[in-house]
Design a protein. Structure first.
Length: 554
């Protein structure tokens, strides 16, 4: 937080220098906007609120977990160390200050009624940025006003975890009361924060804290789970959202590219527009090797609703496409399959020739299909503008189902039908019922977690989920594995661009597979439950504010 202190000092020092020259000096800037000339009209507040949208997250990544891999990741393998500075800390406080400024200025504004929407947006973004702090660090200093160089809060201690989460939930409740419904937005306001976004974020935060508390034996867990159920129900009953089905059987895949923009499932998006802002995410994930893992692949059920370990429909791993057969359709809308004809930005031809290089170092042999644009022009120019869905309706259905189960220890078929089974119906998968779970010796908790993982795969949820479930200490220590290469069709030479590249041409390759022939992309991973459930605070922040206490174990 000291970066705020330094910024204030520089600003005030400059003003003091000027005021020392003449008491009558006109300090109104000629080329910038100051408080003296701003905060006069509703449009001023709108412009200030617009700036807050820059704090919305870009595309997430699950490489910090066990279901996606790039190169060895210091977070997922437990080797990271405290850093001097951390943008995850500093950036959030920058935006929290901007939120506080809007809220303070509005409190004394003569146009309070005209600007209430922008105040509600500021409350939302204050909560959103505190959420981003709290999910990583736990407790954090609560700053609720604009500080100056004499403010005691600059050197204040961290608020407790409970105080921070309660503050977030309170802000979201207040924000929701002043925000419009999604369907009431004009075309010009499409993408602005809505009541649904505030309520949906409240559901997410409450589930996170409720399950975090439950699996650490905190007596207050049920109060948060109740809040998650209530908030998710409010979104579900609002009539504002529904699952996207605009592309028929391929709707799930198209949701994450151009067709999914402004769809009925989107609750909160980081929006892009080609002539204003753009990205090259499709190109980037191919070139940087953002790869699914065997663990994620094995989570997809067979088309009869049974796991690969139980279903007679599972075709095994011995051919290049066998494991993709008779599976939940979301698997082949998330993973590329060898032989799939798809546009490639550099190489042409079938995917069986490119980019499946199972012999490449640090590779799982799996390739992402989710987020892969079908717009050849945008792929070539590396300018894409499909939006990132930060909160979508499917997540809220999953929040509802999980919160109900974790609160009660069970979930009725009726509750499954209005949540999880709506998601399964989109991809024509069998519904989940208590009878099916019992008859096949399954575990309802595990099936709900499986459903969440495959539906939200590669969207950046998994690391948070493993931490709140308190399973990271087991699951993140496991080896990262990929496709079966030994004893499968991949053992034969793979023809790539006219070259004969045999996985076993390099004898060292055989040491990269396990006893069953599956690629081992990373081994020797660690997770210390005494410290890795929370990120360390930046060491510079503690040095300049001794009242801050470092997280346990760091």
């Amino acid at each position: 937080m000291k970066h705020i202190d330094s910024y204030i000092k520089m600003m005030v020092f400059g003003i003091l220098l000027l005021t020392g020259c003449s008491k009558d000096l006109d300090l109104t800037p000629r080329d910038t906007i100051s408080d003296a000339s701003f905060w006069k009209t509703a449009n001023d507040y709108r412009l200030a609120a617009n700036n807050l949208y820059l704090s919305l997250e870009g595309f997430g990544s699950d490489t910090e977990s066990d279901i996606a891999f790039n190169m060895p990741n210091s977070v997922s393998n437990g080797t990271y160390q405290p850093s001097e500075t951390d943008g995850n800390w500093n950036d959030q406080y920058i935006y929290i200050r901007r939120c506080n400024n809007i809220i303070e200025k509005a409190a004394t504004s003569p146009i309070a009624e005209e600007i209430k929407n922008y105040v509600a947006e500021a409350l939302f973004f204050r909560a959103y940025n505190y959420w981003r702090l709290y999910r990583l660090f736990g407790g954090a200093p609560l700053v609720t006003k604009v500080l100056d160089i004499d403010s005691e809060e600059l050197y204040g201690p961290r608020a407790s975890r409970k105080d921070v989460v309660d503050f977030i939930l309170k802000d979201l409740t207040e924000a929701a009361s002043g925000l419009p419904e999604s369907k009431s937005l004009s075309d010009a306001d499409r993408g602005r924060i809505t009541k649904g976004a505030a309520t949906a974020l409240k559901a997410r935060v409450a589930l996170f804290e409720g399950t975090w508390a439950k699996f650490r034996n905190d007596a207050g867990a049920n109060a948060y789970l109740d809040m998650a159920i209530e908030s998710a129900s409010a979104v579900m009953n609002s009539g504002q959202y529904e699952l996207y089905k605009g592309m028929g059987e391929e709707s799930y895949r198209h949701l994450f590219i151009e067709a999914g923009d402004d769809c009925s499932e989107a609750i909160l998006d980081r929006r892009y527009q080609i002539d204003i802002s753009h990205h090259d995410y499709s190109f980037g994930i191919q070139q940087t090797g953002y790869l699914p893992t065997k663990k994620l692949a094995d989570m997809y059920l067979c088309s009869d609703g049974l796991p690969v370990t139980q279903s007679s429909l599972f075709q095994g791993y011995n051919t290049r496409t066998s494991e993709f057969q008779n599976r939940d359709p979301r698997m082949t809308m998330t993973f590329m399959t060898p032989g799939l004809m798809a546009y490639q930005p550099i190489h042409s031809g079938r995917v069986e020739n490119w980019p499946f290089y199972p012999q490449r170092n640090s590779n799982t042999g799996y390739i992402i299909y989710k987020y892969m644009s079908e717009d050849s022009v945008s792929m070539l120019t590396r300018k894409q503008d499909f939006d990132n869905h930060i909160i979508r309706y499917a997540e809220i259905l999953l929040v509802y189902a999980e919160a109900v189960f974790e609160k009660n220890g069970s979930i009725s078929d009726a509750d499954l039908d209005k949540s999880v089974n709506l998601i399964r119906q989109r991809v024509n998968m069998p519904g989940l019922t208590n009878e099916f779970v019992a008859a096949n010796g399954l575990n309802m908790q595990q099936e709900l977690r499986r459903e969440r993982t495959v539906e939200l795969a590669l969207e950046g949820f998994r690391w948070d989920d493993l931490r709140r479930w308190k399973t990271a200490e087991t699951e993140l220590k496991e080896d990262i594995k990929g496709i079966k290469i030994a004893g499968s069709e991949w053992t034969e030479p793979v023809i790539i661009e006219g070259s004969d590249r045999n996985p076993y041409a390099d004898p060292a390759w055989q040491s990269k597979t396990d006893a069953d022939g599956f690629i081992i992309a990373e081994t020797g991973r660690t997770f210390d439950p005494n410290r890795h459930y929370l990120r360390p605070l930046p060491t510079k922040e503690i040095a300049i504010n001794p009242s801050l206490e470092q997280n346990p174990g760091w």
